[in-house]
Write a protein that binds this ligand. Structure first.
Ligand code: ADP
Ligand code: F6P
Length: 509
């Protein structure tokens, strides 16, 4: 396409109303001490990514409020928040039993561990599946009563994999897209799921399915090829045309991102700079290493603490010269594994601090267990000399991208797990590590500590350039284009796409 020429999809892209459907709305509603409904911003990558998109384009967001049951006062509170947000909010109420079986049960005790390669943590309870199907029907009812012909319905994440099938059953003809924010497992793991065929068939009712990385897309294609007779895939770029008995759909990889400019601008404010300086005043004469994660066993926090302990043991000259700030955001507290993880982390922090602390002075690990206000989070990002992002497996990991966006001086380092979805894109700037390799992670911290300024800046600059170019608006556009473009051959199919080599295996392996 020549400069200035309009791609054929640009007009429909602008015209269509976007209806986003996800399990969680961008606000969690709860009653305060006076009994009034309060809306707090919800956490997690999905909300961070989609909020700027909805603010920018308008539209509607349908999801669960985080509260149990129905309440007319809650509906009023929701309307009021929606008016201020610039897009409509619609809720799908869930009963206590549904929250238990659908959200904590099927979504977070089956799909979450299985899709993160942790099959041993799965609780394949048949009742969970039944409720999952029922709740997907309830979501479909709410979508159906709010959607108009011509809307683009964009469903997000593993809680709602059956939604398109339910909408089709109810006669909805609109285009429906699905984006999976978490990894898609390889065939041998997917086969363990007792409801694998029903789920796969339901997914194939979408018009376009997006994955975070080429690896996830390949896994999905492998599962469809193995389980669906007559399935064929055509194409060689990051979007493939799939033909399965009775229908055609598109399957692509679209690495999610952040509103890079917004993060950068906010991080550059004097308020954030002052808070970052305050952190250095409180923890003087040392490099600050930062970990920021939801409390989740996929994030690899206990092994990261072991790696930090190994650093202090094997490189004693770094004692008093580094501190680890570990921010943990409360999450899914009703699930036993999450509660046990919290106890384990607290014990480890206590042990490390007990072994290495210098009375009246240096504390090796600063542990923060709460959700932070945005400016405080940005101050941590800005103050940190090294970010330590070591999940065992992660769909993308937006913390890694946010850290780079906020590193305005570019004088810092990112240590990143090979198994984060962000790794292929950031491989040329980050220090990649195997999160299971405790001494390897310790060595990477040691290397980051001693890295010269020129190398730090060159690496950070490379990562920032890529995140700026492939930001969240690029992500939403490329997904919608893949959904709407009539002729896939006219769709840009570069050899390398947001840092991933399309034709070959991803850069890492
Ligand atoms: P996940 O979606 O699994 O939680 P991500 O790293 O992709 O993982 O996204 C986490 C999101 O949560 C980021 O956008 C980050 O800004 C936000 N977040 C992380 N820590 C905090 C915190 N302490 N307070 C508020 N928001 C946080
Ligand atoms: O990215 C995975 C995800 O489940 C998102 O759907 C969500 O934003 C985030 O983790 C937080 O999880 P939850 O909605 O269960 O609190």
């Amino acid at each position: 396409m020549g400069p200035g020429e309009q791609p054929e999809y640009s007009a429909p892209l602008r015209r269509e109303r976007l209806i986003v459907v996800s399990n969680r709305l961008p606000f969690r509603f709860r009653r305060d001490d006076q009994g009034q409904w309060r809306a707090d911003p919800a956490g997690g990558g999905l909300v961070t990514a989609l909020l700027p998109v909805l603010r920018h384009r308008g539209g509607m967001w349908i999801g669960w409020t985080g509260a149990v049951g129905e309440d007319p006062e809650l509906a009023t509170a929701l309307d009021a928040v929606g008016k201020g947000a610039g897009y409509a909010l619609k809720s799908v109420p869930l009963s206590e039993e549904e929250v238990h079986n659908f959200y904590f049960g099927f979504a977070n005790e089956i799909i979450w561990p299985l899709f993160h390669d942790l099959q041993s943590l799965c609780n394949f309870e048949p009742e969970y599946w039944r409720t999952y199907c029922e709740v997907n029907i309830r979501f479909a009812d709410v979508v159906r009563s709010n959607a108009e012909p011509g809307d683009f319905i964009w469903v997000h994440d593993y809680h709602l994999m059956s939604l398109a099938a339910e909408l089709r059953r109810a006669g909805v003809k609109s285009r429906i897209g699905f984006f999976l924010h978490i990894p898609f497992p390889p065939l041998d793991l997917f086969l363990k799921l007792p409801w694998r065929m029903a789920l796969l068939r339901a997914l194939l009712e979408y018009d376009v399915i997006g994955f975070q990385t080429l690896r996830d897309r390949r896994n999905f294609v492998q599962c469809v090829r193995a389980l669906v007779k007559g399935a064929e895939f055509e194409g060689r770029g990051h979007v493939l045309l799939a033909s399965v008995p009775g229908r055609m759909l598109r399957v692509g990889s679209f690495p999610i991102s952040i509103d890079y400019n917004a993060f950068m601008r906010q991080a550059a404010t004097s308020e954030v700079a002052e808070r970052a300086r305050e952190l250095h005043r409180l923890l003087p004469n040392r490099k600050l290493i930062l970990g920021v994660d939801r409390l989740d066993y996929t994030k690899g926090i206990p092994l990261r603490l072991r790696a930090f302990e190994s650093l202090l043991t094997r490189y004693p000259e770094l004692r008093e010269r580094v501190s680890l700030i570990q921010v943990v955001v409360p999450s899914r507290e009703e699930i036993p594994e999450y509660r046990e993880l919290k106890t384990q982390i607290e014990q480890q922090v206590g042990k490390i601090n007990g072994s290495f602390v210098r009375p009246g002075g240096w504390v090796p690990v600063w542990y923060v267990y709460r959700s932070l206000a945005r400016l405080d989070l940005l101050a941590y990002y800005r103050a940190a000399d090294v970010a330590l992002v070591t999940p065992f497996k992660d769909g993308m990991n937006l913390v890694a991208k946010e850290y780079c966006a906020c590193s305005i001086e570019e004088d810092c380092a990112l240590i990143l797990s090979e198994f984060a979805g962000a790794a292929p894109q950031l491989a040329r700037g980050a220090l990649l590590v195997n999160p299971y390799d405790i001494e390897g992670v310790a060595d990477a911290i040691h290397r980051a500590y001693h890295m010269d300024k020129g190398e730090r800046q060159a690496r950070m600059r490379r990562m920032r350039r890529s995140i700026r170019e492939y930001d969240v608006f690029w992500w939403v556009d490329s997904f919608l284009r893949a959904a709407i473009t009539k002729d896939l051959r006219a769709f840009p199919q570069p050899d390398s796409y947001a840092g991933e080599v399309v034709e070959d295996l991803p850069v890492l392996f």
